[in-house]
Design a protein around this ligand. Structure first.
Ligand SMILES: Nc1ncnc2c1ncn2[C@@H]1O[C@H](COP(=O)(O)OP(=O)(O)OP(=O)(O)O)[C@@H](O)[C@H]1O
Length: 327
């Protein structure tokens, strides 16, 4: 378990972290999610010991490590622009931490084989980093970080520099890897889809503070602040109330609490259909329908419709969100 208590971090007179407290459970995969400058990297660096906080403490597995150097914390790291040792083979890069700990050669060879298998680079022992693709290099970096059996794995935008398709593959792969090795993992990302896709817990950060902590479902379906609601997905405004566009229901006939309007535009985006409605109070509202729903309604520009806002957690069958059962 990682326990961060009342951590404040200044860079000169700029407060990058403002009284941050957080508990990261053992074996979890936690994403620190927030816009650029919200303090994600600073928090990760404080956990890693690369930055010392101005106030507060960091405890890892019961040990107060606030003033312990990174080398003494038993953590593994991977950064976005991972600096591999270019003159060393994949084998030697992965073995590095074990070699400097003077482990026996047979033990190192066995561990390297095992790790290269886990990260999908079996047989790549003798290549050099410049003979690998970007995604393969990041996987080698993960193998290297895992080699010394860290208690905690810290990843700062590890797939940030890669193209969308490779990122997606690596995310799926990271999830599987985490299921296999269960090392407590903290991942920094500014990409909400990446966080929702890969993490079991999401810590939403804004301006040096934590806005909300929860499972992907909790933070998406029960956002505690307007910031979280807006950061995690699109929002529409209906009579001043903020809702997700897919929680807007359109009907031909008025319903209790519905708002009347005229369809401005219908956009077909494959599975999704966006319907822009100008209400009679002159609000412009975009509802998101499935193709089936849109077809069923047979809606076209110029039609009169009635809009109702539904909140997804209360939709029949969905039930309340159970923080334990969700993911
Ligand atoms: N070494 C530093 N000296 C001065 N200011 C810094 C330093 N490192 C970070 N900052 C500032 O602290 C704030 C938080 O930075 P941090 O890197 O933690 O944010 P972030 O959420 O990780 O952002 P990004 O997604 O852009 O990396 C930013 O405003 C940044 O400019």
């Amino acid at each position: 378990m990682i326990t961060v208590s009342n951590v404040t971090k200044f860079y000169s007179d700029f407060k990058a972290l403002d009284d941050v407290s957080l508990v990261i459970p053992d074996g979890s995969l936690t994403a620190l999610l927030g816009p650029s400058g919200s303090g994600k990297t600073s928090l990760l660096r404080v956990i890693a010991g690369l930055e010392e906080p101005d106030a507060g403490t960091v405890v890892i597995s019961g040990q107060d490590v606030t003033h312990v150097r990174p080398q003494g914390r038993n953590i593994g790291f991977v950064f976005q622009h991972y600096a591999a040792f270019k003159h060393m083979t994949v084998r030697d890069n992965v073995a590095f931490g074990l070699t400097i700990r003077k482990k026996p050669k047979a033990q190192i060879d066995a561990r390297v084989d095992e790790l290269l298998g886990i990260v999908g680079l079996a047989g790549y022992h003798d290549r050099y980093p410049n003979q690998l693709s970007g995604g393969q290099r990041q996987r080698m970096a993960l193998a290297r970080a895992l080699a010394v059996d860290p208690k905690v794995l810290l990843l700062d935008e590890p797939f940030g520099a890669l193209d969308a398709k490779v990122r997606e593959e690596l995310r799926a792969w990271l999830r599987r890897l985490h299921d296999e090795v269960h090392v407590t993992t903290v991942l920094v990302t500014h990409d909400q889809e990446e966080a929702m896709d890969v993490a079991g817990h999401i810590v939403v950060m804004n301006a040096g503070r934590i806005e909300q902590v929860g499972t992907p479902r909790e933070v998406y379906e029960n956002p505690q602040t307007e910031f979280v609601l807006r950061f995690l997905g699109p929002v529409a405004t209906l009579r001043g109330r903020l809702v997700r566009p897919h929680d807007l229901v359109l009907s031909r006939l008025p319903a209790p609490g519905s708002v009347a309007g005229k369809v401005n535009r219908v956009t077909h985006l494959g599975f999704e259909v966006r319907v822009e409605v100008r209400t009679h109070d002159d609000e412009l509202v975009t509802a998101q329908l499935t193709r089936g729903e849109a077809w069923h309604l047979g809606i076209e520009a110029g039609d009169e419709v009635h809009i109702t806002a539904e909140s997804s957690p209360r939709r029949p069958g969905a039930g309340a969100v159970d923080p334990i059962a969700a993911r």
